[in-house]
Design a protein around this ligand. Structure first.
Ligand code: HEM
Length: 368
């Protein structure tokens, strides 16, 4: 039982941080709380040499490369295609009485979107999903100190080889996609190495899939559990942007992030020294009663308060504008076509078996 706002937890081997202000402070101070939590890992592993695990100045350079592909404006250009994909997926289930929202919608939508952005052909989507799941499993093992599993290392080798082939192809014949941009990109006058470029593709694929899948699942589950809010959304679609923010606050998909302490610091009464590990819990911070009025109430008319779902500061989620558009497009398509979101009475909602992702293995929906 934890008795202080910030305490050391032996099972995590880290200080755990739950309150909004302290979580924000950790995210906002990379000089004290470094992201280099995967340092020292072998190059075989996907998490070595990724921007998410880098500190400035390298982080700043690599992030700048991709940042323009993810601005609100460039992502807005994708919106019509995302909306169309949402409607196509609903068309495929429209004659059924019941369908699993996870497999039928929440998994295929983000995979189609990120693969489209990267320039990956459709026939490879299923393989991508398998790779992405394996890497998520691997991240859990690494952060909780379990040994590597050879199938993960193998999957990463295959993914890197795949992207390196695609990068070479695009270098020879550029198209209007992110892989072509990465193939041509330079930092300080030099091209990205094949490893840097393929690691980047791999990060986008993994960071953009499961996170968005579970945000979609959490959104639809929450509306099914709050029929009056669904009714309100259907009658006032202009509430969609607020609804997206409220779902992210109320049922945060990525629950936690790790940092490692670089210099002595005091946080929430705990004295930390270099090398100590810290885990910040965004899901808890997003329901901090000191920050939000009625934090446990789901209310899509709530005036948005800044939440920490996408982190904060220099590592704040690069894909946030894209994730927001995907959820908005999904809610819009569903609200225009489904009058009642109903989970069958007998359905058992089984949570994901994952230490940091809040979501469901299946979400059966009865269509009305
Ligand atoms: C609901 C969906 C998503 C959630 C909840 C989410 C959450 C996060 C969080 C919390 C971080 C900060 C990590 C840190 O501070 O250590 C992050 C970083 C990142 N996210 Fe997302 N993400 C989502 C969707 C996406 C998408 C769709 C993409 C791209 C296609 C993406 C790409 C990235 C990248 C590249 C970073 C690293 C940025 C950096 O280190 O500078 N994310 N994400």
């Amino acid at each position: 039982m934890l008795k202080a706002p910030v305490s050391f937890h032996p099972q995590y081997g880290a200080y755990l941080v739950f309150r909004f202000d302290e979580v924000r402070r950790v995210f906002g101070d990379p000089d004290t709380f470094s992201s280099a939590v995967y340092d020292g890992l072998s190059e075989e592993l996907a998490f070595s040499d990724q921007i998410q695990g880098m500190d400035p100045p390298r982080h700043t350079q690599l992030r700048a490369l991709a940042a323009h592909a993810f601005t609100r404006r460039s992502v807005a250009e994708l919106e019509p295609r995302i909306r169309q994909t949402a409607h196509d997926l609903l068309d495929q289930v429209k004659d059924r009485e019941e369908f699993d929202f996870v497999r039928g919608f929440a998994i295929p939508l983000p995979i189609a979107v990120i693969s489209d952005m990267l320039g990956v052909p459709k026939e490879d989507y299923d393989t991508f999903k398998e790779w992405s799941d394996l890497i998520t499993e691997m991240s859990e093992r690494l952060l909780t100190g379990l040994p590597d599993d050879p199938k993960h290392v193998e999957a990463i080798r295959e993914m890197r080889a795949y992207f390196q082939r695609l990068l070479e192809e695009r270098r020879a014949n550029p198209r209007e996609d992110l892989v072509s941009q990465l193939a041509a990109a330079e930092i300080d006058g030099r091209r990205l190495t094949p490893l840097e470029a393929s690691n980047f593709c791999l990060l986008l694929l993994v960071a953009g899939n499961e996170t968005t899948t579970n945000l979609l699942v959490n959104a639809v589950r929450t509306f099914a559990e709050h029929p009056e809010q669904w009714e309100l959304l259907r009658s006032s679609p202009d509430l969609i942007p607020k609804a997206v923010e409220e779902v992210m606050r109320y049922r945060t998909s990525v629950q936690l992030m790790y940092r490692v302490v670089k210099k002595e610091v005091e946080l929430g009464g705990a004295q930390m020294k270099p090398g100590d590990r810290v885990v910040v819990f965004m899901g808890a911070a997003n329901r901090d009663p000191a920050k939000y009025d009625r934090p446990d109430v789901f209310d899509i008319t709530r005036t948005p308060s800044p939440h920490l779902t996408f982190g904060h500061g220099i590592h704040q989620c690069l894909g946030a504008p894209l994730a927001r558009i995907e959820v908005a497009a999904a809610l819009e398509a569903m609200a225009s076509r489904i009058s009642k979101l109903q989970i069958p009475d007998e359905a058992e909602l089984v949570p994901l078996n994952n230490f940091n992702m809040l979501g469901l293995q299946k979400l059966p929906l009865v269509l009305a």
